[in-house]
Design a protein around this ligand. Structure first.
Ligand SMILES: [Zn+2]
Length: 510
């Protein structure tokens, strides 16, 4: 699978674009490294390449203390396997529950893990827990108990045993007497009690345009829940009984190889066993696992997309924090501008959302969470400013969701999802594809009836019809969602800055 010549060239040139795509294990020292490791490169006859850190570690190698393989970006994997990993963490780290939710047999699940990670699911998650624990031990001030739960262990005792066996060192020994300043990523000058708070790096493969991503979220911000500035994204959240807030920004010192291609995530929460869920959601939200070079290769041939790629090579696919919240926002966004839809979402959040208990929140007014499906059960949406038919669609959708809460995790393809959801009056293909694109981060979803897309593909006042658009989009598969984002951006490049905010007018759904 791995091309030895490419790996060799990438590690010798310390090419950041290959970071996370493979690991170099050194036979003489027993350690494994990222391609960007600053240490002197070992001789070719002494190395072996692995496609994941989990596999390298499972083969008996230990993570390098200079380049921290546990800090590398995620490997490139199909949506299906990413969904399985996310589902595992969302189902109490249970392989059987994860298989059940994703409607695959445990045997199929096993086969997929062996195919993509070279490891059985149990081995893979075991290695992932070890790497996560090591990362938290060496780079944060989090207490041992919180690290044990955050890494996915059931008890502190088990955590101590497993770590000692794997690394022949106790957790305290791995942490060292004092965290060296270089390794502590917490760069806030705050001296607040950080017991319930952790700051970790979220690496990505360049290019990544953080200001453009922030801009997208700022324009859609629901205050009381989110706070988006020029430099950071912040929001409060609840996940079952866990509540807290998180902040994402660029590391202040982003000049070294560890922080150069990474965002910095600070999370405050009352239950750290949810940390992996938060990380997975945030990575999806800001599209940190994408390989832009691969995507650009496919989309470059189209002149409109090519112009956008040249001007904004780091433009990615903005996702969402919560799929239910996003589905409501997608329905509200039918036929109206983003600004108007955001105002409506804000009113719904204010009227029906719950309160979040926050400790040490950087923003006092970020104290609400978006209403849960239960909180929107049988509400009348009066005084929100919605039409009767839109209210009816929302009510139908919430009723349906309450009866079928696993509709998104169950639907294997956009086609299946489209078939299921368009049976509800008021929800058409545009809404389903928009939900799949931003809500599920499906890279191939494509809201072909979107007015912005039609406008971007209009040449000499000749509007393409839906069939033509879908035919053109065939060549963009499996990255049509990125094509959609680039087409929207092409309108922003074309129009003057005063009108660019009004480009996202959406198609009416019947
Ligand atoms: Zn190294």
């Amino acid at each position: 699978m791995l091309d030895i010549d490419i790996c060799q060239h990438a590690r010798l040139s310390r090419d950041a674009r290959f970071d996370g795509k493979f690991y170099t294990a050194v036979l003489t020292t027993g350690i494994f490294c990222r391609p960007v490791c600053p240490a002197r490169p070992p001789n070719p006859e002494n190395v072996r390449y692995y496609k994941s850190a989990e596999l390298a570690q499972n083969s008996g190698f230990r993570p390098c203390k200079r380049c921290f393989p546990e800090l590398a970006p995620a490997p490139l994997l199909p949506e299906k396997i990413k969904r399985l990993v996310q589902s595992y963490y969302e189902n109490n780290n249970s392989i059987s529950q994860c298989a059940k939710q994703q409607q695959v047999s445990e045997r199929q699940l096993h086969r997929l893990f062996v195919q993509y990670y070279g490891l059985a699911p149990s081995e893979f998650f075991h290695q992932q827990r070890l790497l996560q624990a090591r990362k938290l031990l060496t780079t944060t001030n989090l207490s041992m108990t919180n690290i044990a739960y955050a890494a996915g262990f059931n008890s502190v005792r088990r955590f101590n045993e497993v770590i000692k066996k794997a690394y022949t060192a106790t957790p305290s020994e791995i942490r060292g007497k004092k965290l060296s300043q270089e390794n502590v990523e917490t760069q806030s000058s705050s001296t607040l009690n950080t017991k319930n708070r952790v700051t970790i790096l979220l690496p990505y493969r360049p290019p990544f345009d953080w200001p453009l991503m922030l801009n997208f979220f700022r324009f859609r911000q629901i205050s009381n829940i989110e706070n988006v500035t020029d430099t950071e994204y912040c929001r409060s959240f609840i996940l079952e009984n866990c509540h807290g807030w998180f902040k994402v920004s660029q590391p202040l010192d982003n000049q070294n190889y560890k922080t150069k291609h990474a965002l910095q995530l600070t999370v405050s929460m009352n239950d750290f066993s949810y940390l992996n869920q938060v990380i997975t959601r945030v990575r999806k939200m800001f599209d940190l696992d994408a390989d832009m070079l691969l995507i650009h290769q496919q989309l470059n041939a189209h002149p409109v997309l090519n112009t956008v790629i040249e001007q904004h090579p780091g433009l990615r696919l903005p996702g969402c924090w919560n799929i239910f919240e996003f589905s409501i926002r997608a329905i509200l966004g039918q036929q109206i501008s983003v600004k108007a839809a955001t105002t409506l979402a804000q009113r719904i959040a204010e009227k029906y959302g719950g309160d979040v208990e926050l400790t040490q929140s950087p923003y006092v007014d970020m104290s609400k969470h978006f209403p849960t499906p239960e909180q929107l059960r049988q509400v009348d949406y009066s005084d929100i400013g919605l039409t009767q038919s839109r209210i009816a669609t929302l009510q139908r959708w919430v009723d349906f969701y309450l009866l079928t809460p696993d509709v998104f995790s169950k639907s294997a393809s956009i086609e299946t999802l489209e078939k299921t959801l368009t049976q509800l009056k008021g929800i058409g293909p545009w809404t389903v594809n928009y939900i799949a694109m931003r809500g599920l981060s499906d890279p191939d979803a494509f809201p072909s009836a979107d007015l912005g897309i039609i406008k971007a593909l209009t040449v000499n006042d000749e509007r393409p019809n839906n069939k033509t658009i879908l035919t053109t989009a065939q060549q963009w598969r499996p990255w049509r969602a990125y094509a959609a984002v680039y087409l929207w951006q092409s309108l922003a490049i074309d129009s003057s800055s005063s009108t660019k905010n009004s480009i996202y007018k959406h198609k009416k759904e019947k």
